[in-house]
Design a protein around this ligand. Structure first.
Ligand code: ATP
Length: 254
């Protein structure tokens, strides 16, 4: 989790307009290599839209995105992924009848077919079985490797999602609400898991749970109405009056 000298992701004046509505508005974001960076903000602040822009799932209306200094603005997701940025997928993309092992095998096959050649570990390519076991072990699913995904508990499915993004071995990992919908036990297990997965890579995540943000993030960017409202360490932004007001405003409207 130590921040390196390089910038992993940088955006300049990044903007996404939906039919005249500025969902992301002139955002200058800097994610340092090796950091764990949280994106937070009230509902509708633009977190998901920003996430989709960073991973190529949406094309920006204007502004630029660079990954390790290279311009990726407007590139489709698979080409952004090839530059080292991969995101977690939600449970909705799991196949009920396939086992955890089969999911991970598929993810690894997709990975080698698309040729993520910048960072793949040659040593591991000849040992797919060992690699599958290793990934399942990392997320704690080895004992359930041969159970169909449809029969896994909610927290286990979320762990499988993490295994699938890890299969890509991305230098930059984007996690969309990794603890959403979890009970406290699964939340704490996931915090530990993400902390381990973050070693040696850059992680950007969106989460509404401030316990998760406080436990994991080296740096927090607070968005409101598409703009950066505040940025800094967790304690710094938590005590920022503008942030408190933004969240109180949300509670008022709830
Ligand atoms: N495809 C779209 N077309 C029109 N408006 C959109 C679209 N996607 C998002 N928006 C709007 O952009 C704003 C930001 O949405 P976004 O989902 O990025 O916010 P968020 O911070 O992720 O919110 P939440 O915490 O509720 O997930 C919202 O007002 C939303 O209604």
């Amino acid at each position: 989790m130590t921040a390196g000298g390089r910038v992993a992701i940088r955006t300049r004046a990044l903007t996404k307009v939906f039919r005249g509505f500025r969902a992301v508005d002139a955002v200058d974001l800097e994610v340092r290599e090796g950091s764990v960076h949280a994106l937070v903000g009230p509902n509708g602040a633009g977190k998901t839209t920003l996430f989709n822009l960073l991973t190529g799932f949406l094309a920006p209306t204007s502004g630029t995105i660079t990954v390790f200094g290279e311009d990726v603005t407007g590139l489709p997701p698979e080409r952004v992924a090839r530059r080292g940025v991969a995101r977690s997928f939600q449970i909705t993309s799991l196949f009920d009848t396939l086992t955890s092992r089969e999911h991970v095998e598929l993810a690894l096959q997709g990975h080698s077919r698309q040729g993520f050649r910048f960072w793949r570990s040659e040593k591991l390519l000849g040992r797919p079985r060992a690699r599958v076991d290793d990934l399942l072990t990392q997320v704690g699913l080895m004992p359930l490797a041969d159970k169909p995904a449809g029969l896994l508990a909610y927290g286990q499915k979320r762990a499988l999602e993490l295994a699938l993004v890890l299969a890509l071995d991305p230098p930059v990992m984007l996690l969309d609400e990794p603890t959403a919908g979890m009970g406290i036990e699964d939340v704490d297990r996931t915090i530990e898991l993400v902390r381990r997965l973050a070693a040696g890579r850059t992680v950007v995540f969106v989460d509404h749970n401030m316990h998760v943000v406080g436990s994991l993030a080296d740096r927090v960017t607070v968005l409101q109405q598409g703009r950066i409202l505040a940025e800094g360490g967790y304690d710094e932004v938590r005590n920022d009056d503008r942030v408190i007001t933004a969240y109180l405003g949300e509670a008022d409207h709830a």
